[in-house]
Ligand binder design. Structure first.
Ligand code: 5GP
Length: 126
């Protein structure tokens, strides 16, 4: 089954400038902005600029430059937020994919969460 990217998803609209966002970092291949419903003192979403639904889609189809640019952008955000192990107390990085991952927005994003102890990794949904 092929990956099916929906151009009308919220993050595609943010990338096109149709919806405002609170940008914390931008580069050629990535944009990072604050989550509209923060779950921790630091809660930043980092997205690639290309049309990828999920991490597996990105890993399969993105160029090497896009992949390097995206990973570096995530690292820059962690540094800018002061949560790296050289600066702070660490962070959690989450990327939800599809129905079982309970992904709300179908454009690849990594959540960077920090500024407090994040507790157990997952709670059972059932
Ligand atoms: P997911 O469940 O897809 O991993 O998470 C999507 C995230 O996007 C949620 O944490 C949600 O609060 C955030 N979100 C949804 N719509 C918007 C929006 O319009 N702007 C911003 N900044 N975040 C959003």
């Amino acid at each position: 089954m092929a990956y099916n990217y929906d151009n009308q998803n919220i993050f595609a609209k943010i990338l096109r400038g149709e919806i405002p966002n609170n940008t914390v970092y931008e580069s050629e291949h990535a944009l990072a902005f604050r989550d509209i419903q923060p779950q921790a003192p630091t809660h930043v979403l980092v997205i690639p600029k290309g049309p990828y639904v999920s991490f597996d889609h990105f890993a399969a189809d993105a160029t090497d430059a896009e992949i390097i640019g995206y990973i570096r952008a995530i690292s820059e955000v962690c540094k800018a937020e002061g949560v790296t192990l050289t600066q702070g107390e660490g962070f959690r990085m989450i990327s939800n994919a599809g129905a079982h991952g309970v992904q709300e927005v179908p454009h690849l994003h990594v959540h960077i969460l920090g500024g407090r102890n994040m507790g157990r990794m997952i709670a059972r949904a059932d």
